[in-house]
Design a protein. Structure first.
Ligand code: GAP
Length: 514
């Protein structure tokens, strides 16, 4: 199936099965804002718990906080967001449509990459098993021509971004003959900077309202609480502070479903360290975070690092963990070595001393910071994209199944009486009453057993328990496994143990450290 079709199917699956709805749908929606439905919220809660437990249970020197979304506006001046949290925008004069200049260029580069990949795929088909991809890419004249073009544009682009050279960005768009997808014309305006923060007023105008911002990242809530946590928790460096919560960005190019939203959720951890140790800690957190992703079992080959060439003003090293989405490898998490930039800035703007006295070194300093920052919604999307499968069955039908990691699945087990009589529903209720305290269970008695299995497959339920006419006599049920569709007859009193082994968060967490 073409990746584009697969993505469309995924988006409609999310809606049809209660994972994600467009926001304010009955009013025709609100751009790049989404609501999570009954299964979506369970999956999201489970991902959040997986992240939270991995941070705060597996690292005894990482603690959590929950800071407010509204914060003093000077925080955003100090952090650099008021002056530098911008996207370069360009308008097409004919269509009156606005675009991100960097995205137009990135898309152009992606098209060249596509051409290289297509040439390679064609050659692979032609040569079959004897095909040597590396040799083909380094010798084929057409591929080399595309590659040279890509390299030239890419190096100009990276330099223009680094220098914040807006004129050069426009020039690249003109030189590459990039056209507006709506009007098809090259009638572009100048490139301008556009700040991504939403603002609102706090207090009544009569009192003198204060212009405040909706936080564009949760990290600043951690920085401004550094001393509070360090002192009250008697924390010793190195230590980390973790936080999950909503962030808001007035994204201009808001596409690709929940990949780029205007309201989204982040899970961030700032790890405070001694200056000079940052590159070592950066490497360690890079590895730890990749293990966290891979433990979900979507396939190791679906992840890769992307080291940044253009570093943010506060960073001395940065990398993304990318996941292979249906629209290519995309950033899901950023790991940044943020130096002492944020704490120093808050010290400067607040006038309060923000330092740590290191008893081992017998001196005070401003700690350095390694940040791990993952978008919960992007992780959710990676899980759905990585687990959505359409499988042809022996009877000629197709089943759609979400092969989600069992510990994260919204519903852990479905209890299904074969018929709606003969005491089977009552037996089902007994089993649910026994298991409901530990696992999210669902009862379903409607339609054939096959249809009921399909419904559970579609929401990723790892286990279906079927009660039949023998159950009241032998106290056994049939357990059906989602991924293999195998069935096994087991004693009711073994159910708890069998299910716990696979669905507990502990099983997933252990995979990170094993
Ligand atoms: N505190 C650092 C920071 O915010 P970032 O790379 O801008 O860094 C971190 O964002 C993560 O937040 C990204 O890797 C992504 O997963 C998520 N994210 C950022 N913007 C987003 C958006 N508009 N919609 C959904 N997720 C977003």
């Amino acid at each position: 199936m073409a990746q584009e079709d697969m993505f469309k199917k995924l988006v409609s699956h999310c809606k049809e099965y209660g994972f994600v709805f467009p926001s304010s749908e009955i009013y025709d929606g609100l751009g790049a804002v989404y609501d999570y439905g009954q299964y979506g919220v369970e999956l999201k809660n489970n991902i959040r718990k997986y992240w939270w437990d991995s941070m705060t249970l597996l690292h005894e020197n990482v603690v959590g906080i929950d800071s407010a979304i509204f914060m003093h506006p000077t925080i955003w001046k100090a952090s650099g967001h008021v002056d530098a949290f911008n996207d370069p925008l360009i308008d097409n004069r004919d269509s009156k449509k606005r675009y991100r200049a960097d995205v137009l260029i990135e898309e152009h580069l992606a098209k060249i990459e596509d051409k290289i990949n297509k040439e390679t795929e064609k050659a692979a088909k032609r040569f079959g098993e004897s095909f040597d991809e590396a040799q083909f890419r380094s010798t084929n004249a057409r591929v080399l021509e595309y590659q040279a073009k890509w390299d030239e544009i890419h190096s100009r682009f990276a330099k223009a971004l680094n220098d914040s050279n807006l004129e050069e960005l426009r020039q690249i768009i003109l030189d590459c003959e990039i056209v507006c997808p709506i009007s098809g014309s090259r009638n572009w305006t100048e490139v301008r900077q556009f700040n991504l923060m939403f603002s609102t007023d706090m207090g009544s105008t009569a009192d003198g309202a204060l212009k405040i911002y909706l936080r564009p990242e949760t990290a600043q809530g951690i920085f401004v609480n550094f001393l509070n946590v360090q002192k009250t928790g008697r924390m010793k460096i190195p230590f980390g502070i973790a936080q999950t919560g909503k962030a808001f960005r007035n994204e201009i190019v808001a596409r690709q479903f929940i990949f780029r939203m205007r309201e989204f959720e982040q899970m961030e951890m700032q790890f405070f360290i001694r200056p000079g140790e940052e590159l070592d800690w950066f490497k360690r957190w890079k590895e730890t975070r990749l293990r966290w992703h891979k433990a979900m079992g979507l396939g190791d080959h679906k992840y890769r690092y992307h080291d940044h060439e253009k570093l943010a003003h506060y960073a001395n090293a940065a990398t993304d963990i990318e996941f292979e989405m249906p629209f290519g490898f995309k950033e899901v998490e950023g790991i940044h070595s943020r130096t002492d930039f944020d704490l120093s800035q808050h010290e400067k703007y607040s006038g309060k001393k923000i330092q740590y006295f290191d008893p081992e070194l017998n001196k005070s300093y401003t700690p350095y910071v390694i940040e791990t920052s993952i978008g919960l919604d992007r992780c959710f999307l990676s899980l759905l994209a990585g687990s959505y499968v359409e499988e042809a069955l022996d009877n000629g039908e197709t089943r759609v199944v979400l092969k989600l990691p069992a510990a994260l699945a919204p519903v852990k087990l479905a209890v299904l009486p074969l018929v709606r009589k003969d005491g089977l529903p009552e037996k089902a209720e007994e089993i649910i009453n026994m298991l409901r305290f530990d696992f999210r269970c669902q009862y379903d008695e409607k339609d054939s057993i096959g249809k009921r299995y399909r419904r559970q497959d579609a929401i990723g339920t790892p286990y279906c328990i079927t009660i039949d006419h023998d159950t009241p006599n032998d106290n056994c049920v049939t357990i059906r496994f989602r991924d293999t569709m195998e069935q096994e007859r087991v004693a009711i009193d073994k159910l708890h143990e069998i299910i716990t082994e696979k669905v507990s968060m502990k099983t997933l967490l252990k995979k990170i450290i094993d």
